[in-house]
Write a protein that binds this ligand. Structure first.
Ligand code: SF4
Length: 454
């Protein structure tokens, strides 16, 4: 059995995270935050399913203020569970939200950094930047202190600041240094009600970043609760396996205090998946790793249950994330099912691709189109391109950064329009949704034809 990484305890309203408290399952609404009733009802459903914390996006000041209505409606209905506001780019929205909800998520990559195109930073500029962040964040921490609000420092590989990327590359180390910079600033300002996350759509990157961060926290003796998640995981079985590998392996090793499974599906679907991962990891945690980290699994039952697939993903995924790609075997009643599962696990681990890789965000209040339908159509149209990664994202604000590494991108901009990307560049803008799939197909075919001529 692995000894868990014992973090300090952080209070989030009537909930405690970290220390010896059980792993908290959370999710996020995808309604428009200005639609109070829809957001309240979806939050209720998530709480009823077993979420202990619900996150709601606050892209602007209007949405941040509307959290007050959402919160009071929920309390009126008897839901006193905590809410978290999701903030990007707007410190003022964070300051408003921190007076209303129990937790505020900020992203160090865009809390007060904006893209300028700068690629080099001298030590003096670094220092000045750190001071600037301290000055910008101090008022927020003061509000949090007064209101008993916790903060999540939510680092995403797809939205690291230019400064971090220039220093460390777009790497797990850059994610760790970004989180350490923000936790360090908060520590210097005397604030410790912090939870930290490090997410990526690539499970191997997320896994490395979290493990490295856990090690660095243990070395410096300041251990904050960790929020785990694989972002832009997409939908269906692939997203479930990806999440089980990324989140489950860490939990089984005693790392992680709260989790969110991100699916491009109704958020209500995330909760049972998260529950299965927590349960499977808890069972594995009782065993010595040598008992469960094995390359050969024999599983009874046909078809395999979701629980069996989750446990298999955690067990084999742990070794796959160490870079091992050969010698795995899943023996099942239906040999074809075992082989399919193994191939899907190798694909999810980023080791061997046998079909197209899809990245898709779970959507949130920023999404102004039917992303679930678009993802289903894109997947159906391009199933078998093992060399391609195609992203379907919910908004043009965070989508382009978060889909970094995708060969092609399909981002709904609202008003029935879509932007299409190739290698991170928007090559077709404002394509009517009705024509977007056809245009994407044309773009991919032209690119494949060009590369075959090279
Ligand atoms: S990329 Fe998706 S989840 Fe992220 S902010 Fe945009 S719509 Fe929301």
């Amino acid at each position: 059995m692995n000894s868990p990484l014992l973090s300090r305890t952080v209070r989030v309203g009537n909930l405690f995270m970290g220390g010896n408290h059980p792993v908290v399952i959370q999710s996020m609404t995808n309604t428009d935050t200005l639609h109070t009733e829809a957001t309240v009802e979806q939050s209720q459903r998530l709480f009823d399913l077993g979420c202990r914390l619900v996150r709601i996006t606050a892209p602007g000041l209007k949405e941040a203020h509307n959290l007050e209505n959402i919160k009071s409606r929920l309390v009126q209905k008897g839901y006193t569970d905590p809410l978290c506001a999701d903030i990007h780019f707007l410190p003022e929205a964070a300051s408003v939200a921190a007076q209303i909800v129990e937790k505020v998520r900020i992203n160090p990559g865009n809390y007060c950094d904006r893209k300028t195109g700068k690629t080099e930073f001298s030590p003096a500029e670094q220092q000045a930047e750190r001071q600037r962040i301290g000055q910008r964040i101090a008022p927020l921490l003061e509000i949090c202190r007064q209101h008993g609000t916790a903060i999540r420092i939510g680092v995403n590989q797809g939205s690291l600041s230019e400064r971090m990327v220039s220093l460390y590359g777009n790497t797990p180390l850059a994610m760790v240094e970004s989180a350490l910079e923000f936790t360090g600033i908060c520590h210097d300002l005397g604030f410790d009600q912090i939870v930290v996350s490090m997410k990526s759509s690539r499970v191997e990157v997320m896994n490395q970043a979290v493990r490295l961060f856990a090690k660095r926290m243990a070395q410096n003796g300041l251990i904050y609760p960790l929020h785990l998640g694989v972002t832009e995981a997409g939908n269906g079985q692939d997203a479930r396996l990806l999440s089980a590998i990324g989140i489950g392996g860490l939990l089984a090793d005693g790392i992680g205090n709260t989790i969110r499974v991100s699916l491009t599906e109704d958020p209500e679907n995330e909760v049972p998946v998260a529950r299965r991962i927590v349960d499977a990891a808890r069972e594995l945690q009782k065993l010595p790793p040598s008992d469960w980290e094995q390359k050969h699994l024999k599983i009874e039952g046909c078809p395999l249950s979701e629980e069996q697939k989750t446990t298999a993903a955690i067990r084999l995924g742990k070794l796959m994330l160490q870079g091992q790609k050969e010698g795995f075997r899943i023996e099942t009643q239906d040999p074809a099912e075992g082989e399919r599962l193994l191939n899907d696990l190798l694909q999810a681990s980023g080791l061997k691709f046998h079909k197209t890789r899809f990245i898709a965000c779970p959507s949130c209040g920023r999404t102004k189109y039917d992303i679930q339908k678009a993802l289903a159509q894109v997947k159906e149209m391009f199933p078998d391109y093992p060399d391609l990664t195609i992203a379907v994202m919910g908004c043009v604000v965070n989508g382009p950064g978060e889909m970094a590494g995708a060969d092609f991108g399909y981002i709904g901009c609202g008003n029935g329009k879509v932007n299409l990307y190739r290698k991170g560049i928007d090559v077709k803008r404002n394509v009517p949704e009705a024509e977007a799939l056809k245009e994407l197909k044309k773009l991919i075919s032209e690119s494949l034809a060009e590369s075959s001529l090279e």
